[in-house]
Write a protein that binds this ligand. Sequence first.
Ligand code: AN7
Length: 400
Amino acid sequence: MYVQRCIECGREYAPDEVVYTCECGGLLEIAYNLDDIDPSTITAPGRLCVWKYRSLLPVRREPITLLEGGTPLYRCNELERELGIRELYVKHEGMNPTGSFKDRGMTVGVSKALELGMKVVACASTGNTSASLAIYGARANIPAVVLLPSGKVALGKVAQALMHGAKVLSIQGNFDEALELVRQLCESEGFYLLNSVNPYRLEGQKTIAFEVAEALGWHVPDCVVLPVGNAGNISAIYKGFRELRDLGITESVPKMCGIQAEGSKPIVEAFAARALEIAPEPTPETVATAIRIGNPVNAKKALSAIYESGGYAVDVSDEQILASQRALAQREGIGVEPASAASVAGLKKLLDMGVIQEDESVVCITTGHLLKDPETAIANSPPPIEVDATIEAVKRAVFG
Ligand code: AN7
């Protein structure tokens, strides 16, 4: 059994209560009685996927699933050499059904919506959440409404939200404003809110931690490095590692390192001040539009994940993000969208700063696929070479 529990005051809410934050304003998390959970239900051999771990997921009905999770964990020998680190893996979440980690949260969140008898699901999104909500809404046959910041969502994500049949609203404002609006909409219309303030959605995302540990033979890496936007994923993954440790499956938790873009870094600023709360950034800006978020709702969870695990938060420039995107693509054959490359750019910076040592093992989470944002990829690559349809011209171009 489990309850929804406030991380601030400890107040508990029943599993079937539709509530997103505590009366005190605190964030909620799903709390299990771990004594009830047989660790062998988690560690039993089987194909990696979100629902392999259902004994630690808060859904009892048959899930709405597209076989999400089970993403590859790639060893990166080239980048190990280039960065000077002993052991580096990339967990490529771009290999999920819609091409981002959001599918892990949405398979759980939309299943929960049906279990609760909700009639419409909704979210605000910098793109990936909307693509994921649209596809699981389609799979579950429940209407989905998504609010996007006008002009700031990568092309592939808009295409997905539209094609999978969501009602797509383009808001004349940024993500933070869209989130505020969708919260009001859900409140007044009884729609089910599936942004990462929803604690059920984060339960699906914690399975990234389970899969990383399982792929490493139930060991944890020294550090996990990932991009941070609304700060749900770093909180979710840390919770997953905590639960594995508390069940006695693993011995420790990794240092959680959150990376933000230079123009959008409230968590980094709070971390630098050793603060527990953020000062929102009113005008976030970065080429990594997925993490163009100035007022991350899960900031408190994320900051405790970083502090408790002995982790770190740093920012990287757009140039560093694009250079790491290219390095992943060309040195390792891993195609990711800009936000995801912030993980590797951040790792490089943390190594340069001496925060991460060269004898440590690191897992970078690449959260979304290259094809999500084809426009940025094309804008930062040389154009195709126009060639006449003759062999001489082709040879000139090849050897030119
Ligand atoms: C590729 O889709 O917020 O820190 O609305 O798409 O859990 O927010 C996307 C976030 C990292 C940041 N990488 O994760 C949305 C949205 C990619 C993302 C993040 C996002 P969080």
